[in-house]
Write a protein that binds this ligand. Structure first.
Ligand SMILES: Cc1cc2nc3c(=O)[nH]c(=O)nc-3n(C[C@H](O)[C@H](O)[C@H](O)COP(=O)(O)O)c2cc1C
Length: 211
């Protein structure tokens, strides 16, 4: 079927203000656990958008590793393109797309590095091969070929032989601290339900948005 003609009806149950938790993080965690139960691949994957030095947007998928009232945390290389963009413009947006459930969650906010202790703690929980990869890969840089990467991995594997792998200084977490979070539920005939939470000092206001 051509892309132009591909369409499905979203017959899922609707969403009303009374169905939503007043706390957007509790609401997020409810939807996240439903995405997990539905068997969605990588339900913690989010498309993260950043803004470069020229004001041009850039997007890529990362994995959320924490989602609580402090925000959404992901881990990456601090010398990567995204980290350079976040240093320059410390704002970001993220979208979780749980398409089998006809749902998306959009987050917009400010970005801060997580503490070194938090990054150390998460790094220590990663599989050893991923720890070596964090040392080996100069993320976002141009490589001559695959062999160059594999040589770097071999070098780091030898370097840490017989030792725990410490966290590289240029690898760690960023926390997206939301100013708004929107929950979208697909409905028939494109008359979807959308609710946006906006931060108002220590509480959140909620609005229904037109689809
Ligand atoms: C499912 C999925 C999960 C990913 N998770 C991460 C992640 O948690 N951290 C990360 O740095 N890159 C992750 N990536 C790779 C990024 O999409 C991207 O290629 C990389 O971070 C370099 O982006 P940048 O050059 O814009 O900095 C993931 C990609 C996919 C498809």
């Amino acid at each position: 079927m051509s892309i132009r003609d591909r369409r499905i009806q979203y017959e899922t149950a609707g969403l009303d203000v009374g169905d939503l938790d007043r706390d957007p993080f509790a609401q997020f965690n409810l939807w996240y656990s439903q995405a997990e139960e539905a068997g969605i691949t990588e339900p913690h994957a989010m498309t993260l958008s950043t803004v470069d030095v020229n004001g041009a947007p850039d997007s890529r998928v990362v994995l959320a590793r924490a989602a609580d009232e402090r925000g959404f945390v992901f881990y990456t290389n601090y010398d990567s393109a995204k980290s350079a963009q976040l240093e320059e413009n410390p704002v970001a947006s993220a979208v979780f797309a749980w398409l089998d459930l006809h749902r998306q969650v959009r987050v917009r906010g400010n970005i801060m590095k997580v503490s070194a202790v938090e990054s150390d703690d998460y790094f220590a929980s990663r599989p050893r091969a991923s720890q070596i990869g964090a040392w080996a890969s100069p993320q976002s840089r141009v490589l001559a070929n695959r062999d160059e990467l594999e040589a770097l991995v071999a070098e780091m594997t030898a370097r840490f032989e017989g030792h725990d792998v410490p966290r590289p200084e240029n690898w760690g977490g960023w926390r997206l601290i939301p100013v708004s979070i929107e929950f979208w539920q697909g409905r028939p005939s494109r008359l979807h339900d959308r609710f946006r939470y906006e931060r108002d000092r220590d509480s959140w206001t909620m609005s229904r948005l037109a689809p």
